[in-house]
Design a protein around this ligand. Structure first.
Ligand code: KIV
Length: 276
């Protein structure tokens, strides 16, 4: 394992059942995306609860225009790098585009992310009937699953761009139904991306599994940001829901720690990051 900073605090490992217990206790969950061992070690030392190896790596690491070209081999590789930097922080890895198109493919891909990569949980996008069947199969085979609803980047072409979801009554009702369906299928965690804050709050209160918001307001049980957005490294305009936590601070670790503290204290996202 990668050497932790000498002054890294010792923490109790974050576990999948532990996330649900955090929700029950009203403790907010701080999640960041992560793609390599050096950043993982800083997240570990900063006390971030969960590191997510997102397929956003296609855009922020590889410079692609979408997440679709990311391969399973690349996800396994980056997950294994991140695993070496972590100790107590929980590791989640994304199932890339088309790698959960049916239960058998999803099982094979998840086995690689967990056994070779070291992930404790896999994430997949969508909440349709077939997705729920995949979730149920994975959970039945001891693979913890994080679902992802709202703006699902792998559907960029179907959605016609990266747009806020759930704005009409019908779309909001569909998201409420899908949230219930993925939880019923066995998902242990749910990412809610780019949807009105009130809708994300409603979904959060209706479920016993924790929700993790990104561009979905302050009422989710936790928050996730792409780590490069948080460090002000995003080329072009930073997403409105994000914040540069490195500004005015001396190190990456301090920026990660400030983010985790602000999430836990309910200070992030603040009014300036909340849309809709
Ligand atoms: O791929 C990713 O990084 C994600 C998060 C932004 C939720 O899915």
């Amino acid at each position: 394992m990668y050497v932790q900073p000498a002054d890294a605090p010792k923490r109790k490992p974050v576990t999948v059942p532990g996330l649900r217990a955090m929700k029950a206790r009203g403790e907010k969950i701080a999640v960041l995306t992560c793609y390599d061992a050096s950043f993982a070690a800083q997240m570990e030392a900063a006390g971030v609860d969960v590191a997510l190896v997102g397929d956003s790596l296609g855009m922020v690491v590889q410079g692609q225009s979408s997440t679709l070209p990311v391969t399973l081999d690349q996800m396994v590789y980056h997950t294994s790098l991140v695993a070496r930097g972590l100790a107590a922080t929980l590791l989640i890895a994304d199932l890339p585009f088309m790698q959960f198109r049916d239960p058998a493919t999803a099982l094979a891909a998840s086995a690689r992310l967990m056994a070779e990569g070291g992930a404790a949980m896999v994430k997949l996008e969508g909440g349709s009937d077939w997705t729920c069947e995949v979730i149920a199969t994975l959970v039945a085979h001891e693979v913890p699953v994080c679902a992802h609803l709202g703006l699902t980047p792998q559907s960029v072409h179907k959605m016609g761009g990266y747009r806020m979801q759930g704005k009409t009554d019908d779309a909001a009702a569909r998201l409420r139904e899908q949230a219930q369906a993925v939880a019923h299928a066995g998902a242990g965690l749910l990412v809610l991306e780019s949807m009105p804050a009130a809708l994300a709050g409603e979904i959060t209160r209706a479920l016993s599994i924790p929700t993790i918001g990104i561009g979905a307001g302050a009422e989710c049980d936790g928050q996730v940001l792409v780590c490069y957005d948080l460090l002000g490294l995003t080329p072009g305009r930073r997403p409105k829901f994000s914040k540069d936590f490195l500004a005015g601070r001396g190190s990456v670790r301090e920026a990660f720690a400030a983010y985790a503290e602000d999430v836990r204290a309910g200070r992030f996202p603040g009014p300036e990051q909340i849309a809709g």
